[in-house]
Design a protein around this ligand. Sequence first.
Ligand SMILES: Nc1nc2c(ncn2[C@@H]2O[C@H](COP(=O)(O)OP(=O)(O)OP(=O)(O)O)[C@@H](O)[C@H]2O)c(=O)[nH]1
Length: 535
Amino acid sequence: MGRVFISLKTRLIVFALALVLVGLAIRVVIMTDFMRDELQQLVSAQQLSLATYVAQDIDAKLRTRQELVRRLAEQLPQNLLQQSDALAAWLAARHDSQSLFSAGLIVVSPAGIATTDYPSLPGRRGTSYADRDWFLAIRNSGTSAMGAPTIGRSTHRPGIVMAAPIKDARGQLLGVLAGVTTLNAPGFLDLVQNNRVGESGGFLLISPKDRIFVMASDPAMALRPTPPPGINRLHDQAMAGYRGSGITINAQGVEELSSIASVPSTDWFLVARTPTREAFRPLEHLYGFLLRNTLVIGAVVTIASLLILGWLFRPLAHAARQVRSMAEGITPLRSLPVVRNDEVGELASGFNLLLGKLREREATLARIAHHDPLTALPNRAAFHERLSQSIALARRQGNHLALLFLDLDDFKPVNDDHGHDIGDQVLRLVAQRLQDKVRKADMVARFGGDEFIILLTDITDITSAAGVAEKCIEVLSAPMRVGKLQLKIGASIGIALYPDHADNTDSLLAHADAAMYDAKRGGRNGYRIAPFPAT
Ligand SMILES: Nc1nc2c(ncn2[C@@H]2O[C@H](COP(=O)(O)OP(=O)(O)OP(=O)(O)O)[C@@H](O)[C@H]2O)c(=O)[nH]1
């Protein structure tokens, strides 16, 4: 398990995934600001057009009613002002043909008392409207007026009054004609009430002068007071005349995108509002999309990384396994295949170079271990190895071997008289001369000091071995030129044969050694054959 976490492949995949996630985070951060601004502008523009459209619809309805009541006031037969029933019949004819005033028409005397109404509501005739704003406005200005939305005195429902003066030819006020519309009357504020903006947004129709909601998507809000200043920043700005869009926190603590448009014929304004959570929902969808998109990209990156890294690292893993197997001695040392010309290929080439060096070093060490550094002849260890192999082979093939144990005569004085360097050169000359006298298949080794040993393979009889010994003695007896010196040495040789004297290395060597001492004792510069065992 631990290997998985420290694996280069895992780390690279984690790194790639981290890049994907960082990319997502950066996209989300950058896009959030950008998209929010864009979306806010778009939704604001749409919502403002909607608010303007609905505000103009309300305005048109108010104007139509104002116009109607003004016209009716002009047309009203003034002679009927004193004939209540006839006037009611006249009103009925007008009201039925154009029923814009859902709560009817009222004729009010200059003193503010309702004299006639249609449709007639219980208790309406005789009621005083002298304190109503619309009546007072007409009394003061003499022109038509619209009252503040309020609970009707006879209807007992939220409503609004449009009133126009009834004047005689001299401009004398004879009465007031008032048309009453309840706020929830069909065809009046339909677009505002029970209508939503989006899913959870809505409208508010506000009269800033009266500080009330005239109507809202929730009709229960009609005539409720607007929030006091300081609760809703944008509402405060709208009350002060701002028209346009903005984001604000409403009295319930919900963030809303609000668009404000004027109703031109009054000082009212209409607010279309949508919770920003809903307005900016496309952003959530975008995040969802980005997240899904990132998950897919992440999965693709992981799979692609696994495949690509697997392909890239396969030779590396393979090479690592091979190197381990070589190091553990399971497989022999051999060069790694260089599959590609990339870093992995470079590593394999580097390993192969190292392997070459190792082999060279190994060869040097083997040479050092098996050769005498002075004469470059095989040393005692190499000789023992070779002798064992030769005995085994000779045993299988039924051949004879001969061992010539050679010790220089009077070598010590060379050292003593001329120094060790001269002695070394003499030893090298001896090695050279001996090698020249044997066949390639034979072996000359330095046994140590001034002792040499010669292994003759495949000899037929003792005579041929003795012949070689003689030639060696002869060649070594010849004067040796070392620098300006002319030196002379000799050699004593002991000969032992396989299998005649012995059939193993140690015993064979012991026989040859003993024979060599025999030769020394016999006067030096000669050879002796080990005595053959009695049969
Ligand atoms: N220069 C040199 N001398 C060596 C080396 N190895 C051994 N010797 C010398 O070889 C001599 C061998 O001793 P001996 O065999 O007793 O000397 P020797 O004079 O040949 O005696 P005999 O065999 O009795 O004739 C010693 O003086 C060693 O110091 C070497 O590598 N270089």
